[in-house]
Ligand binder design. Structure first.
Ligand code: ATP
Ligand code: MG
Ligand code: FE
Length: 347
């Protein structure tokens, strides 16, 4: 069966197509993405109204591209999955409205699914079925979470989350401090390769003995970078951008991987999936590989294109939900900006 997925929770309009085989495996057929990231660059972050309008303009052309890429027609589609939340209200509404229109026109079931679950499900397109239990670390511009996944269509529980900024948000804010372009992840990653990660001792948030074991905090780190840069500027010294980037990146990768490995051990799971835009970070994947190997944990990281927001991840989750036999979502299903991670499919 062919499942079409629509994503519009943030600044990417995504349409993906997957095929669900009778043995439950899910294969990627097409993945078309249009991003409004350039339109947000001058504001240093996503502007909701701009994102919503961009989704409206991009939806039909992105749908066309996905179908062309797969060589399929709309009449080949057996089910539609859409991001029901969490995300920006106006942005989500565009995708949900489109999905309802396609589902009712084609007479196929609609599944309103969870964006965060999609980030985990996408890994099955690359590395095959997930084990019965695994830990997922989701690190993006809007999220930094540790999730216990006990069946991708059955049960997802939040184990830890950020108490302030998301990891990607910290990258974007630090890039701004250093006059690097938005989004900040790629330029900081690049600069960091030229610098010394031990040059500056930036704080590791929430790693004290009395802190919440699996929660994250990145706002103190961002402030520490800002203060360090201000002091240097005040004293008339030139900012060693590569060293600041390398030291900041080391702090982020250190905390993320240490907490993920600790949670995996405590929860007795032997597989860690890392997804979201920050999963593309070179130091994070390097350190995660090293620490997972030491702890005997299998590490799965989808390729960067699948880590960032896309429609294929929603199609993938939709396919797993379809395979589980879950009821479709009602056609009057609302978009839910605050959809809890435990709600995998809206009923
Ligand atoms: P959501 O949080 O809803 O998934 P988003 O659009 O913010 O939405 P993504 O598109 O998954 O999330 O990821 C974008 C984020 O990833 C940005 O904050 C960006 O700076 C960060 N990022 C991208 N590449 C890298 C990298 N190499 N290193 C670190 N961060 C990166
Ligand atoms: Mg994005
Ligand atoms: Fe996302």
């Amino acid at each position: 069966r062919v499942v079409l997925g629509i994503e519009s929770s943030c600044d990417e309009t995504g349409v993906g197509l997957v095929r669900l085989a009778t043995d439950g495996t899910v294969e990627l057929l097409a993945d078309a993405v249009a991003s409004s990231v350039d339109e947000h660059a001058r504001y240093g972050g996503v502007v909701p109204e701009i994102a919503s309008r961009a989704h409206l303009a991009a939806m039909a052309p992105t749908m066309r591209r996905a179908l062309d890429e797969s060589g399929l027609e709309l009449s080949d589609v057996d089910a539609i999955a859409v991001t029901a939340g969490p995300g920006l209200a106006g942005a989500l509404m565009v995708g949900v409205a489109a999905a309802k229109a396609y589902a009712s026109a084609l007479g196929v079931p609609l599944y309103g699914v969870n964006h965060l679950g999609g980030h985990v499900a996408v890994d099955t397109l690359e590395h095959g079925p997930l084990p019965d239990r695994c830990l997922a670390m989701l690190v993006s511009g809007g999220h930094s979470q540790l999730l216990l996944v006990e069946g991708i269509a059955e049960k997802i529980t939040e184990v830890g989350t950020t108490i302030d900024d998301a990891a990607g948000e910290a990258y974007d804010k630090v890039a701004r401090i250093l006059d690097l372009p938005y989004p900040g992840g790629p330029p900081i990653d690049k600069q960091a390769k030229l610098g010394n990660p031990k040059a500056i001792a930036f704080p590791r948030g929430l790693t004290g003995p009395r802190d919440a074991k699996y929660d994250f905090s990145f706002s103190g780190l961002k402030t520490a970078v800002a203060r360090w840069v201000e002091t240097e500027q005040r004293e008339g010294r030139e900012i060693p951008v590569p060293d600041v980037c390398a030291s900041f990146q080391e702090a982020v990768a250190d905390v993320l991987t240490a907490k993920a490995v600790r949670a995996a051990r405590d929860l007795d799971v032997d597989t860690l999936v890392i997804s979201g835009g920050v999963a593309a970070n070179s130091r994070l994947s390097e350190l995660a590989a090293q620490r997972c190997a030491e702890a005997g944990i299998a590490l799965r990281v989808p390729r960067p294109r699948l880590c960032t927001d896309n429609g294929a991840m929603i199609a993938a989750l939709g396919a797993h939900v379809l395979a589980s036999g879950a009821k479709p979502s009602p056609l009057d299903m609302p978009a839910n900006p605050g959809l809890p991670v435990s709600t995998i499919v809206v009923q």
